[in-house]
Design a protein. Structure first.
Length: 156
């Protein structure tokens, strides 16, 4: 995954989506998130998207008028990835990508979108449930993506 400003087109195996919050005047209109097509990501600045697994993206230091309480990054229900958001540093056991809009003074420098393979739950013939780790390996998608040490609070 990579977060940044729009520019050259993404490679064929990647999708890039706008992560704009139109109510925030602090430079968000040109920000994009690029990720493997298999993640099936979509962005909403107006609540969760029906039929998708959605993760709230928020920064509590933002003024209410900037409307960051209803922003969601959504993925297809079958996506083999678990996403997590932190507005206080990277999370342990995830690979995390910093989200920082330098034109926005409301403490975005410590915000991270984090990813790891999802867990798969399998029910075994009415007896018990087994939890299996996905067989996908977690590898960096680009050189900018680095594993970071955890700090502070987080939301999932």
């Amino acid at each position: 995954m990579s977060f940044g400003c729009s520019g050259s087109p993404p490679p064929k195996e990647r999708d890039c989506i706008s992560v704009d919050e139109p109510a925030d005047p602090d430079g968000w209109a040109d920000n994009i998130l690029c990720a493997p097509k298999s993640m099936g990501l979509r962005w909403s600045y107006a609540g969760k998207i029906a039929g998708m697994r959605c993760l709230q993206i928020t920064e509590p230091a933002e003024p209410a008028a900037h409307a960051w309480t209803d922003n969601y990054l959504c993925q297809t229900p079958s996506s083999p990835w678990e996403l997590a958001w932190s507005y206080a540093g990277p999370l342990d056991s995830f690979l995390c990508e910093r989200w920082n809009e330098t034109a926005d003074a409301h403490t975005w420098g410590d915000n991270f979108l984090c990813v790891r393979p999802a867990k798969v739950v399998v029910a075994a013939a009415n007896t018990r449930t087994f939890e299996l780790q996905s067989s996908l390996r977690l590898v960096p998608f680009e050189l900018e993506l680095e594993a970071q040490r955890p700090a502070g609070r987080f939301a999932r």
